[in-house]
Design a protein around this ligand. Structure first.
Ligand code: PGA
Ligand code: ZN
Length: 430
């Protein structure tokens, strides 16, 4: 019997895709297995997320993580000797040791890096790739990728209001074909931006910097890029938006900086409804601010039958919030980010609550990422159906897409692509 007791947990400071400090955790087991994981970091964070512990002060803009690394030293003495295969037991211990509702004592960054590293170690000790260890014999699908073409919002100095202009290719025959279509669209969009004199580099998640005069101009450019790629928008390719409305909405008012307009909830819903009529939008994330639950309810009642409506800041990967979203009709889908929840066990609970409700479930990266590919495995191993890791450039993004390609290849003819089945509404494409 392999001895999977934890013998060592060690933290170190590494750097993320924005050049900011973050926390890496190394775990060693008695059997000799070692594994590691790195905490990601958000920019447009929900107020209900697990708190990222940062030092404050002036060093690295106050973002250093020496306090979180001290937390890992404290966690280490409490985890040594525990069985790495008992993820639930270890995560319960982490939550109890922290003792706060929002993980503010030890830090969500220290906790999530530890929880993910323990999971990686357990899978490695079983001699299995992580996705297979998680699936534990259950059938899985390759996820439908949601890929950013233009970045905006908090990821591009608020150059446009909308944070993510993305594409989804549910009509592709496989995950790899969906990426091929996406690659053509990304290239075509770059060529269009260049021709229009709007190519100014890329935003935080690798999408083109949004040098647009309006949100609609970005949507029009996206439509042209899909056509230039030789693909049919609406039939083969759909648009997906993350409005990230908590960033510019509060107390029922939404201030669109680009348009110089201030909308109330009803006007915001009407504007987005107009976009749904005019463009083949399959998915909208955070259409309203996290404090506008009634707006969410109205939006989903009006459009949930024709569009995936995802709660990110609203639901913060919290199982109880997902259950109440289902009961109240706030959304029909949930974004799943391990560092919002804090631990792997809580992350899975949120996904399970979404599945129970018949929601779309989308495993997601953060805007601050690294070479860590744990979430690629979560999306497959938990059969989430969808994966969102940013754009089609920058290696912290490509590392995740490429990892799913390897998983797909390892399954050979047994690889099943989720495609339309991942979406929580009926579409004529099915
Ligand atoms: P964030 O962005 O990581 O900055 O929160 C991702 C998202 O909003 O989905
Ligand atoms: Zn979001």
């Amino acid at each position: 019997m392999t001895d999977t007791r934890i013998t060592r947990l060690q933290g170190r400071r590494v750097w993320d895709s924005r050049g900011r400090p973050t926390v890496e955790a190394d775990v060693a087991l008695a059997c000799g297995v070692t594994a590691r994981a790195i905490a990601p970091a958000g920019a447009s964070t929900g107020s209900g997320e697990a708190l990222e512990l940062r030092d404050g002060g002036t060093r690295f803009g106050g973002l250093d993580v020496t306090k979180a690394l001290s937390s890992i030293r404290e966690i280490a003495s409490s985890l040594e000797g525990l069985d790495a295969r008992d993820q639930a037991g270890i995560d319960t211990r982490l939550v109890a040791l922290d003792g706060t509702a929002n993980r503010s004592r030890l830090g969500g960054n220290a906790i999530v890096a530890t929880s993910m590293a323990v999971l990686q170690a357990a899978a490695a000790s079983a001699g299995e790739p992580l996705w297979r260890y998680l699936a534990d014999g259950r059938p899985v699908r390759m996820p439908l990728p949601e890929v950013q073409i233009f970045g905006g919002g908090a990821h591009a100095a608020r150059r446009v209001d909308v944070q993510d202009f993305m594409v989804m290719c549910p009509a592709a025959g496989s995950f790899s074909e969906a990426l091929e279509w996406t690659a053509e669209i990304y290239l075509a969009a770059g060529a269009l931006m260049k021709k229009a004199g709007k190519l100014q580099g890329v935003a935080d998640e690798g999408g083109y910097w949004p040098a647009f005069d309006s949100n609609e101009q970005a949507l029009d450019m996206l439509m042209r890029a899909i056509a230039d790629a030789g693909l049919r928008a609406g039939e083969q390719v759909g648009i997906s938006l993350d409005i990230a409305a908590s960033e510019f909405g509060r107390d029922g008012r939404y201030v669109l900086a680009l348009d110089g307009r201030s909308l109330d909830t009803g006007e915001m819903i009407a504007m987005l409804g107009g976009w749904l009529d005019a463009y083949p939008i399959l998915s909208i994330e955070d259409p309203l601010a996290e404090d506008d639950q009634d707006g969410f309810r109205r939006f989903t009642a009006a459009h949930g039958g024709r569009c995936q409506i995802i709660g990110d800041d609203l639901l913060v990967t919290n199982a109880a919030r997902v259950a109440s979203s289902a009961a109240e009709g706030y959304t029909n889908a949930v974004l799943i980010k391990p560092n919002q929840a804090g631990t792997i066990t809580e992350t899975h609970a949120a996904l399970a609550a979404g599945r129970q409700a018949g929601f779309g479930t989308i495993v997601s990266a953060r805007s601050g990422e690294t070479e860590d590919v744990t979430i690629a495995h979560l999306s497959v191993g938990w059969d989430a159906g969808q994966l969102k890791v940013g754009s089609f450039s920058r290696s912290e993004r490509m590392a995740k897409w490429n990892e799913v390609l390897r998983i797909e290849e390892s399954l050979g003819r047994d690889a099943v692509f989720s495609g339309w089945s991942a979406l929580p509404f009926k579409h004529r494409g099915r």
